[in-house]
Design a protein around this ligand. Structure first.
Ligand SMILES: Cc1cc2nc3c(=O)[nH]c(=O)nc-3n(C[C@H](O)[C@H](O)[C@H](O)COP(=O)(O)O)c2cc1C
Length: 179
């Protein structure tokens, strides 16, 4: 029946919206606000919830000095088994199927606090799509560095570098390709 077909079509659209709006979480770490800005824009464009991954001890400017071999970030990134402590472990990961996970690129990969985050929750059966900001570097071996921190059946997708100005339309279009 025609009415039924129309009804089914609308139902499908509602289902799609629900997937985008209700079951996707944008989780991000940002040391100097660049990734935070794009994470907020992304969550808004995707109609997703948002969660900030916060370090127990915030990074100071001195901590972020990559030219200083002894700075906190240099020391942490020189030891890929370092796991900077999180401020909290209250993300409701169980409620989401897909997590858009964002961070700045540090030394060509994700900061090790992202490993801390992944090891603090159960991501099994979930899809994690990465996004990042950087001074120009790509993801490099980021996925390889994160895989050991999740279950074997967690899917990690490289996703996209979101450097520079992003429009709501382009963010929405991208999200729709990865959900
Ligand atoms: C410790 C450290 C290492 C970095 N390493 C890289 C790098 O390897 N390649 C790159 O393009 N940018 C690198 N950057 C620049 C950041 O990725 C870039 O500024 C990012 O947008 C910062 O995001 P945030 O403000 O959310 O922390 C590094 C920055 C810091 C602090």
């Amino acid at each position: 029946m025609k009415t039924e077909r129309v009804y089914k079509h609308y139902y499908f659209i509602i289902q799609e919206e629900r997937i985008i709006m209700g079951k996707t979480l944008v989780a991000y770490f940002s040391a100097s606000a660049t990734t935070a800005r794009v994470a907020k824009e992304l969550a808004q464009a995707a109609g997703a919830d948002i969660y900030e991954i916060r370090p127990a001890v915030p990074y100071t400017d001195a901590d972020l000095n990559w030219m200083d071999k002894k700075s906190r970030s240099s020391v942490e990134m020189n030891d890929r088994s370092s796991r900077p402590a999180l401020a909290d472990r209250d993300a409701d990961i169980a409620s989401y199927d897909t997590i858009l996970l964002g961070f700045p690129i540090w030394w060509y990969v994700a900061p090790t606090i992202i490993n801390s985050f992944l090891e603090s929750y159960d991501f099994s059966g979930k899809k994690i799509v990465l996004f990042a900001t950087s001074g120009g570097s790509g993801f490099g071996k980021t996925v390889d560095g994160l895989k050991p921190s999740v279950a074997a059946d967690t899917v990690i997708v490289e996703g996209k570098l979101l450097n520079g100005r992003q429009t709501a339309e382009s963010l929405k279009a991208w999200v729709e390709t990865v959900l």
